[in-house]
Design a protein around this ligand. Structure first.
Ligand code: ADP
Ligand code: MG
Ligand code: ZN
Length: 610
């Protein structure tokens, strides 16, 4: 057995140790002190001394006689005890004090301690040692609590969030209002004979406020809110996940009406038929969840909400009517939604009156609610950094860029020649964009490097938000993205690694045009790729045959080359402007869209004059 070194031994160990030491001392050392100054004499001598009246006191013991002599109190004499019937008479006659020793017996209390208490204590101590070492071996000391564990449930009497804390998401809020109404007055629905949905599934990209919406429902309905994350069900020990599910539903039914919220349900709700990689524990947990969802009586007022950003991988059984049959989408906010979210998160901040939230919202296309909350906070931090009383527009705009591109790397060392190349690269993008129809106006161009690795960037902001993109617009985007590299080649006749991010984007867009948007004449409306998780970056998988796959590459390549050629043509045609703008950017490092357009148009007038 492994010895356990416990840093803090309980007091009882010390007490026992002390008792043991005392006992040993008592048994060994005390008698030694007793026997000091003992003189052995024979029985004859003893008798003579008695008769001579030299003996003071006699003690008759079981096997010997000890006595002291008159005038010599320090020495004890000893002699063997002989069968002597007249001894008592002799001593009496000699007028000697004598006593008979009673055979020594330990006190009953000590006996009790030695024979009963001590062994039990020893057993307890040994037992404790074994118990502890077992616990250590089985990890973390949890082993012994096995099976007793209650689902860790986060109960809030009121979640503290209201629908007013959630900006935008009007459709989701409308759908959830119905659930709130049900929790308020379940009888109304019962009377009508209507069955309410047992559960609803919130789906959407990360950071769109799914968790926030669920908590707002609890806040509005003023009911307890049980929140657990899907991953918390997946335990080290087989069977624990299922036990937790059972526990959760038991508690929920006791507290009804209430809301059970399972966040990131995909952690347990994955499709069960993934062949080789089957996971017993997860399946058991999922089965238990399905059973519990069927088992409880929804008329009591237990509503299950779940959230995921990967609805396509959920088990079909979870989504069938009677379980999580309602799907509530939480999409990325549109410009109005972003403006509202920005306002919600700026409520607690001290903001300058002239801050234009609409402008800020306009330049954050594609940002999620979480991103925007982050932008508001970043703006406030910046205002503090510059010792301002209130947050102003520039704080917000800089925060937007920080969230999009990372922090400014003010101390990055970049040579002048490299800066020149970067300037031409960025102006290349901007110029190509400006010279095409259907492309978003340039808002800002900068060559200050960012922590994200970007060495500079051109920010384009659409006048209005688009839900549809035409083939022309997509092709223009490809051309704009090609503008950077094209400028490098036109001016320096050499190319750099600076375009790697552009290349990635170009390929992605061109590929989608061919394989998913049906924008290629060779294939027409044929789906050659499917998107597997639209809410998380949208990885695609090829569904075409090998023969078509090769053709796809050819078509994508054609498209990319065409876009590049177009960009190159635009730049050679306007090479004067390219030079002038690039030099201006190199000096200024950051220029606005207005400054850019001013130079671009003034230049045009000049060329007409000459
Ligand atoms: P998820 O969809 O990933 O669960 P969360 O609900 O956790 O996202 O949102 C993260 C944070 O983003 C919230 O705490 C909130 O501050 C902010 N947020 C997201 N969407 C909104 C919204 N519509 N209104 C206000 N704040 C939002
Ligand atoms: Mg969440
Ligand atoms: Zn570029």
């Amino acid at each position: 057995m492994k010895e356990v070194k416990s840093p803090k031994k309980p007091l009882i160990y010390y007490a026992l140790l002390a008792v043991l030491i005392l006992l040993v001392l008592n048994a060994l050392i005390v008698p030694i002190f007793d026997k000091q100054q003992v003189k052995e004499v024979d029985y004859g001598k003893f008798l003579t001394m008695v008769e001579d009246g030299q003996v003071n006191e006699v003690e008759i013991k079981e096997t010997q006689i000890s006595f002291t002599a008159k005038g010599d109190e320090k020495t004890t004499y000893e002699t063997g005890r002989v069968e002597d019937s007249e001894l008592v008479d002799r001593l009496y006659n000699a007028d000697v004090k004598f006593t008979q020793d009673i055979p020594k017996e330990n006190s009953p209390l000590l006996n009790f301690f030695l024979f009963w208490i001590l062994p039990i204590l020893i057993f307890i101590i040994i037992g404790q040692f074994i118990f502890r070492s077992m616990q250590k071996k089985m990890g973390g000391g949890n082993a012994m609590k096995f099976g007793k564990s209650k689902a860790k449930v986060y109960v809030e009497a009121e979640s503290g969030k209201r629908f007013s804390d959630v900006a935008g998401q009007d459709e989701a809020k409308a759908a959830l209002t119905e659930i709130v109404d049900f929790l308020h007055s379940p009888d109304k629905y019962k009377e009508m004979g209507a069955k309410l949905p047992k559960g609803a599934l919130l789906v959407g990209p990360p950071g769109t406020g799914k968790t926030l919406l669920a908590r707002a429902v609890a806040g509005e309905a003023k009911v307890p809110f049980f929140s657990i994350s899907g991953s918390e069900f997946v335990e080290m020990f087989v069977g624990m996940g299922a036990a937790r599910v059972r526990d959760l539903f038991k508690q929920a039914q006791e507290k009804a009406p209430c809301i059970v919220f399972i966040d990131e349900i995909d952690a347990i709700g994955k499709k069960r038929d993934n062949g080789m990689q089957s996971n017993d524990e997860r399946e058991q947990t999922l089965n238990q969840l399905l059973t519990e969802m069927d088992g409880f009586d929804s008329s009591k007022g237990v509503v299950i909400l779940a959230a995921t950003n990967r609805p396509e991988i959920l088990d079909k059984a979870l989504l069938r009517p009677g379980r999580l049959d309602r799907r509530i989408p939480a999409e990325l906010p549109d410009i109005r939604g972003r403006e509202e979210i920005l306002k919600v998160h700026s409520k607690g901040l001290k903001v300058e009156e002239d801050v234009n939230f609409h402008t800020i919202a306009r330049s954050t296309a594609g940002a999620s609610g979480a991103d925007i909350a982050n932008i508001a906070n970043e703006a406030a931090i910046r205002a503090v950094k510059f010792d301002r009383k209130k947050v102003n527009q520039s704080d917000y705009m800089e925060a937007v860029e920080t969230i999009i591109a990372g922090y400014q790397r003010t101390n990055a060392v970049i040579s002048t020649r490299e800066k020149l190349i970067i300037s031409y690269h960025e102006i290349g993008h901007a110029l190509v964009a400006a010279k095409q129809k259907h492309s978003a106006p340039v808002e800002k161009i900068t060559i200050i490097p960012r922590t994200s690795g970007a060495l500079g960037y051109t920010m384009q902001v659409d006048e209005e938000e688009k839900v549809l993109l035409s083939k022309e617009e997509l092709f223009n985007k490809l051309t704009t993205l090609s503008g950077g590299r094209a400028a490098e080649e036109v001016i320096f006749q050499s190319i750099t690694t600076g375009a790697s991010n552009d290349i990635e984007q170009i390929t992605k867009i061109a590929r989608s045009m061919v394989t998913r948007y049906g924008m290629n004449d060779t294939f027409g409306m044929m789906a050659l790729e499917t998107q597997s998780n639209p809410y998380l970056g949208g990885d695609t998988s090829l569904t075409a045959s090998a023969e078509f796959a090769a053709k796809v590459d050819v078509e994508v390549n054609k498209l990319v080359k065409a876009a590049y050629d177009k960009a190159e043509n635009i730049l050679t045609e306007h090479i004067d402007k390219l030079h002038e703008l690039a030099k201006f950017l190199l000096e200024e490092e950051t220029i606005t869209g207005e400054e850019f357009m001013k130079i671009l148009t003034s230049k045009e007038i000049k060329t007409f004059e000459s």
